[in-house]
Design a protein around this ligand. Structure first.
Ligand SMILES: Nc1ncnc2c1ncn2[C@@H]1O[C@H](COP(=O)(O)OP(=O)(O)OP(=O)(O)O)[C@@H](O)[C@H]1O
Ligand SMILES: O=P(O)(O)OC[C@H]1O[C@H](OP(=O)(O)OP(=O)(O)O)[C@H](O)[C@@H]1O
Ligand SMILES: O=C(O)c1cccnc1
Length: 496
């Protein structure tokens, strides 16, 4: 890999973004004010909700983002761009204004998670990296929440996935997202240092193999550590591993804090029950049983159903790679653009595929909860000039099946998109990681159980205001008519 002393993230974008910027610039469009929104079309893992994560890194990415001399030298080398455009890039200072959900917010398909406003060219340049960050972190936080939701009360879940992650960055930011989603600790020591996440760890089979003997290995480990968890499945878990762990724990007595044992293979329901008996019989009733080996929410649920006596769970591959759904699929769509008279005009993409159709206009997402118990009624997407928080009753209807509707009274309406950056300056004070994690947990607790089950959850309502719905329908009609005129003209030209 080539080394650059001033490498920046400006080039961490798709070539087509710079190509579009060039077109906007050459045609005098680059300074037109534009608003883009980020949303995903389907909740990941067929879950009933997702947990928003990634804002801290997005703001960090925006901070001082500019083309460096070596970025520009590289672009020149490609031969794609002329000197005058490169000179324009050299002076480019991003003036983005950002509204976003905060990390730990519950979010749902089809609602804006973040809104980026600014000169069209600036907004375009950052699309790729912003999606890159939010897609991954939101996905992992959601997967973590699913896993956390199936473990027992008092069980601990540790993230073990660094070795299986899609490279170094994914390990670090993935484990942060897993912590936000409810994991208790990580095995990644650097993540502990960078984010203040609790770290935890046992030992590997190699320790036992190195000493060629379980007793020697456990004893050596115990003599060099205070807190110990012995990995007991290297040779024969029930006949050798656990009895040896017990022997060493007894010999060491108060010199160590014998936390328990870990198993990493075999039938973990059967083994954990037998291990529990052996530990209890030896008087170690508080010793914990840690399990790892390709675990996820489904295996954990199944193990618990079988009465497994597992207290703590180490989760690697399946969390850090979001194994069963490796991408969230969030997109970045233009919703409003300034016209040549300086007026902001809503814009949308239409498609025969209803899922691919966007909703035009600058919007706010309102979380509607009942005043009497704080429970969720649904989310209400309204145009920016609407104020559902000032209304006494709210008519909420399904945006496709409009006959599914309800009128809500005595409710609280909370706007979810808050100002985080104004013309390139961060205006938001980043919370501590534990505040984010607590916030996610509080939000999760306020959600009805029906939306939280990991299999076939109920669909949480994400509704459009009447005004937004009407404008969307009018835009679709107007666009269809415009296209029809064009098609007719083309056909007429072909005939003549
Ligand atoms: N009682 C159980 N019920 C359901 N799944 C289990 C049970 N015990 C273990 N598993 C899961 O079954 C999968 C395979 O376990 P298996 O015993 O085959 O381990 P393994 O990976 O072959 O062992 P090794 O790591 O030694 O190669 C793992 O995902 C594990 O978490
Ligand atoms: O199974 P995962 O959910 O991906 O969790 C991470 C795995 O990493 C370790 O195994 P590995 O074989 O790499 O090393 P070890 O068993 O020698 O520690 C650990 O024992 C887990 O099995
Ligand atoms: O601490 C552990 O037991 C651990 C950490 C990473 C991966 N596997 C196991």
């Amino acid at each position: 890999m080539k080394e650059y002393k001033d490498d920046s993230l400006m080039l961490h974008t798709d070539l087509y973004q710079i190509n579009m910027l060039q077109t906007y610039w050459e045609t005098g469009m680059d300074q037109r004010n534009a608003v883009f929104e980020i949303f995903f079309r389907k909740n990941p893992f067929e879950n009933g909700y997702a947990i928003f994560a990634g804002l801290e890194r997005v703001l960090d990415y925006f901070n001082n983002l500019k083309f460096t001399d070596q970025d520009l030298a590289y672009l020149k080398e490609t031969g794609i761009y002329q000197d005058d455009f490169l000179a324009y890039l050299k002076e480019l200072k991003l003036k983005l204004t950002v509204r976003s959900m905060v990390e730990g917010e519950l979010c749902f398909a089809s609602e804006p998670l973040m809104q980026i406003e600014g000169p069209l060219g600036h907004c375009q340049l950052v699309e790729t990296a912003v999606l890159n960050i939010i897609n991954y972190q939101t996905l992992i936080a959601t997967k973590a929440s699913r896993i956390r939701s199936v473990v027992g009360h008092g069980d601990k879940v540790s993230e073990f996935g660094t070795r299986r992650a899609q490279e170094l960055d994914a390990a670090i930011w993935g484990t942060r997202a897993a912590y936000i989603g409810g994991f208790h600790s990580t095995s990644n020591v650097r993540a502990g240092k960078l984010f203040g996440i609790p770290i935890s760890g046992t030992h590997a089979h190699s320790l036992v193999q190195a000493y060629r003997d379980e007793y020697k290995a456990f004893k050596a480990y115990a003599e060099t550590h205070k807190d110990v968890v012995f990995l007991v499945d290297t040779y024969d878990t029930l006949r050798s591993g656990v009895p040896t762990a017990i022997q060493v724990a007894k010999e060491m007595g108060d010199k160590i804090n014998f936390i328990g044992v870990r198993i990493d293979s075999g039938d973990m329901a059967y083994q954990s029950k037998r291990i529990r008996e052996q530990l209890d019989e030896a008087g170690f009733t508080d010793a914990r049983i840690v399990a790892s080996n390709d675990l996820d929410e489904k295996t954990i649920l199944n193990l618990r159903m079988q009465g497994a006596k597992i207290n703590d769970w180490g989760i690697g591959t399946k969390i850090i790679t979001a194994f069963d759904q490796p991408a969230l699929g969030a997109v970045y769509k233009l919703v409003s653009i300034e016209d040549k008279n300086g007026v902001m005009m809503p814009t949308m993409k239409i498609s025969s595929n209803a899922e691919k159709m966007t909703t035009p206009g600058v919007k706010q997402v309102w979380r509607i909860t009942r005043n009497k118990d704080g429970k969720s009624e649904g989310d209400y997407i309204a145009l920016d000039d609407e104020a559902p928080d000032k209304m006494d009753e709210l008519f909420m209807f399904h945006p496709v099946h409009t006959y599914i509707n309800k009128t809500v009274r005595d409710f609280d309406a909370r706007p979810l998109l808050i100002d985080v950056m104004k013309e390139g300056q961060v205006t938001y004070e980043l919370p501590e990681i534990n505040q984010i994690r607590d916030y996610a947990s509080k939000n999760y607790n306020a959600l009805w159980d029906e939306y939280k089950r990991i299999l076939n959850p109920e669909q949480y309502p994400v509704d459009l205001s009447q005004k937004l719905y009407d404008e969307k329908m009018a835009s679709i009609k107007a666009l269809r008519e415009k296209i029809q005129v064009k098609v007719d003209r083309l056909e007429k030209n072909n005939v003549s």
